[in-house]
Design a protein. Structure first.
Length: 490
């Protein structure tokens, strides 16, 4: 259809050298794999570093504050995709933004490894969060640029890319958890820094394969406006520092602040794009269609990201972690979902590729993701109330398998959809909007985790599960309208 021309990337020769996909996907696959190794390796041990006692190598803060910090950090990672996308679209392009972001991430892990106490946590998490935000949005945008808009390999390519993410996410917690268990938390953080260093080296060596992908900003900022944006950035940092010094922002309410800021940023971003003179009528309709899927995505991630808050605490206290007489580190549970992704991502990619234009529409895939996620939380209920170390590992693995199926219905499809619905002048920033839904969900996961009570689990799992299923039903009912507004995008 003629409307699809609005979001096409420049026509590219059909390159099939990487499992039927363009060869540059291999480099983006690799750098994202190592970045996720470092990211999930560090995050797998982070909450325990925060609430374990000093005698166990931790900082000894309250579990509620630890949960809030982890949720706020997760939200900030994805919130900062706005910054990374803006820098790419307005200043230096996606490729250079990705490269410099990788350097910032490595510096953050080094800070966690060598700086003691909360100072190391503060410096390290800020650097990792903003670096990861810059890398994630731009790596995803660059994957989208490898394909013509009508290339049927796009969803399969994103699923392969997603498999690379999860190889890193699988290995990271295993190795950092083992190192932390045998040497200490700072050694685990150092291993994360080494992993990011390997990824940065690999990306640098094969950088030339990308050619013109992400080389130039899509909507360059006029030089005379640069100083205004610098002052805005300085003022924002100053306000945050003042609020923290005055005790208005605390560890205990950090996730609520990030949730509020993220929601405001999302509304502002939608308004900015929809009121822009640089988008066409068809592009505006597609952005409107993305709004209900943004909401569904946020609901999904508010449950899924509880792997690092509620499920992490559950694994530490409720799960029977005895494995042939050895109690494995609680952080190893974080590798269960990624190994399922490794197994099933290729299966889903094959299914979507074989179905072609007969596959379910994107809104239906979103509905499946949120619905399955709700069912997964309801599955905790039969094991509730059993006391410490009472839940068998096979039960939690089964629940996390449902997490995996839900994720594969929504997450790689959401990344692909964001690139397909993106207006030409807001390509990377539309990807950032999808990550804003992840930011909103991640920070909400920290807030929701504060309501989880190991002494009375059923009401929590019931309420959260049913809310997600209700969202799924609403998405199904809205699907005809959403598809109409998507104007030819499936």
């Amino acid at each position: 259809m003629a409307e699809s021309a609005d979001t096409t990337t420049p026509h590219r020769e059909r390159d099939t050298r990487f499992f039927g996909q363009p060869l540059p996907l291999a480099n983006l696959f690799g750098v994202e794999m190592w970045e996720r190794f470092s990211f999930y390796g560090m995050q797998g041990i982070l909450i325990y570093y925060l609430y374990y006692s000093a005698a166990d190598g931790g900082l000894g803060i309250s579990e509620a504050s630890a949960t809030s910090i982890v949720g706020a950090y997760g939200g900030t990672v994805y919130l900062s995709t706005i910054v990374g996308a803006w820098i790419a679209d307005r200043l230096i392009g996606s490729e250079r933004t990705l490269f410099y972001s990788a350097i910032v991430i490595m510096a953050g892990h080094i800070a966690l490894a060598i700086l003691p106490g909360l100072a190391g946590v503060g410096v390290g998490l800020v650097l990792v969060a903003f670096g990861s935000g810059g890398l994630k949005a731009n790596a995803t945008s660059m994957v989208g640029e490898l394909y013509d808009a009508d290339d049927e390999r796009r969803d399969a390519g994103f699923s392969l890319f997603y498999m690379g993410i999860n190889i890193g996410a699988f290995v990271g917690p295993l190795l950092t958890g083992l190192v932390q268990d045998n040497i200490g938390f700072h050694a685990g953080f150092a291993l994360a820094a080494i992993g990011m260093g390997i990824g940065l080296t690999q990306y640098t060596i094969f950088r030339s394969q990308l050619k013109d992908v992400g080389a130039h900003p899509s909507n360059p900022l006029p030089r005379n406006e640069l100083s205004r944006w610098i002052w805005i950035a300085v003022a924002t940092v100053a306000i945050i520092v003042i609020l923290a010094v005055l005790g208005i922002i605390t560890a205990g309410n950090l996730s609520e602040w990030v949730t509020g800021v993220t929601a405001a940023a999302a509304v502002g971003y939608f308004v900015l794009i929809l009121t822009s003179r640089n988008i066409t009528r068809v592009e505006r309709s597609r952005v409107i269609a993305f709004i209900p899927m943004f909401v569904a995505s946020a609901v999904f991630w508010s449950l899924f990201q509880q792997q690092f808050t509620t499920v992490a605490e559950y694994s530490d206290k409720q799960l029977d972690r005895n494995l042939f007489g050895w109690e494995f580190p609680a952080s190893w549970v974080q590798s269960i979902n990624p190994v399922f992704i490794i197994i099933f991502a290729g299966v889903f990619a094959y299914i979507w590729q074989e179905l072609g234009d007969r596959q379910p529409s994107s809104p239906i895939k979103f509905a499946c993701g949120t619905g399955i996620m709700g069912v997964a939380f309801l599955c905790f209920i039969p094991f509730s109330g059993g006391g410490p170390n009472s839940t068998p590992l096979i039960a939690l693995a089964g629940i996390l398998l449902l997490f995996t199926f839900a994720e594969l219905f929504l997450s790689p499809v959401g990344l692909s959809l964001a690139t397909k619905l993106a207006p030409e002048k807001f390509h990377t920033q539309m990807v950032a909007l999808f990550f804003l839904s992840v930011a909103l969900g991640s920070s909400m996961a920290g807030t929701l985790g504060g309501y989880y009570n190991t002494e009375d689990e059923v009401p929590y799992f019931l309420a959260v599960g049913l809310a997600s299923i209700a969202t799924s039903v609403i998405m199904v009912l809205m699907t005809p309208w959403i598809r109409k507004m998507m104007v030819g995008v499936h």
